[in-house]
Design a protein around this ligand. Structure first.
Ligand code: SF4
Length: 257
């Protein structure tokens, strides 16, 4: 009954399951649905039982993989923990600072614009109540753009972090194109592109906020050029499912990526 799952589809997705076209074919989604509401409550013993079950599943899968590769788990346990490459560590620190600067700037933007958004909302409501014409579709689009920006603001940081730290796990005989670094860089790039498109929607509606939005745009463009510099092959990475059915990855009309 497992064959309908796409192997690895969840590895390089954006974890936005509500909007994902692959929920019916994603093992992670299916597993998460098994968690009942009670099992999401840490006060409920079912919560800890499910965590235990998940860990056991991962351990079992790892042991199976090692067995297939002829690796003895007891030998692995005796091996010294590898040292972190200082270059990778330094790069990771720089990129974390840059990506978190963007995430914090997004928070500042929405905090400062909170009052403005409230006023706009009230104005719209008054217009609707007065029977005046309102571009509801445009505002729905705007709302969607805000969701996109919020969803990805920390996601970009997490994925670039993973792309950088995975660099030191690439072995000489690995397929460099299909590396975890490239896959993580690719989903980070997609998140950046969608965020840029979403900011453009906000810019068109909020002309008085153009200078702040321009600065956020500039930060994202810088992250985009950093990904191109550090992971020049990111676009060649093949994402299971998403790159087999490219039409299914379109998320927003203004940024068909
Ligand atoms: S592939 Fe889709 S359903 Fe599965 S975890 Fe990712 S976003 Fe969620």
């Amino acid at each position: 009954m497992e064959e309908h799952f796409i192997p690895g589809v969840h590895n390089y997705c954006d974890r936005w399951c509500e909007r994902c076209p692959f929920t019916a074919r994603c093992r992670v989604y299916a597993t998460e649905q098994e968690f009942s509401e009670a099992a999401n409550d840490p006060q409920d013993p079912a919560f800890w039982q499910n965590i235990k079950k998940s860990f056991e599943g991962v351990l079992e899968m790892l042991n199976k993989m090692m067995e297939e590769m002829g690796i003895d788990p007891a030998e692995v346990e005796k091996m010294p923990f590898p040292e972190t490459d200082p270059d990778v560590k330094a790069l990771e620190k720089i990129m974390r600072e840059k990506t978190m600067r963007y995430a914090d700037a997004v928070n500042d933007f929405f905090q400062e614009a909170g009052e403005y958004f409230e006023e706009k909302g009230e104005q719209l409501q008054e217009q609707v109540e007065a029977g005046e014409p309102v571009d509801l579709e445009g505002w729905q689009f705007f709302h969607d753009a805000v969701d996109v920006i919020r969803w990805y603001q920390y996601f970009i940081s997490a994925k670039i972090h993973r792309a950088v730290t995975s660099l030191e796990h690439i072995e000489d005989d690995d397929d460099r194109i299909q590396s975890d670094s490239n896959g993580s860089a690719k989903i980070a790039m997609i998140a950046i592109e969608r965020s840029l498109g979403a900011w453009e929607v906000l810019r068109q509606q909020l002309l008085e906020k153009n200078s702040e939005i321009f600065e956020l745009h500039r930060q994202l463009q810088h992250l985009r050029s950093e990904i191109n510099r550090l992971f020049p092959d990111w676009s060649a990475f093949h994402r299971p499912g998403f790159d087999d059915e490219p039409g299914s990855m379109m998320r927003m009309d203004f940024n068909p990526n």
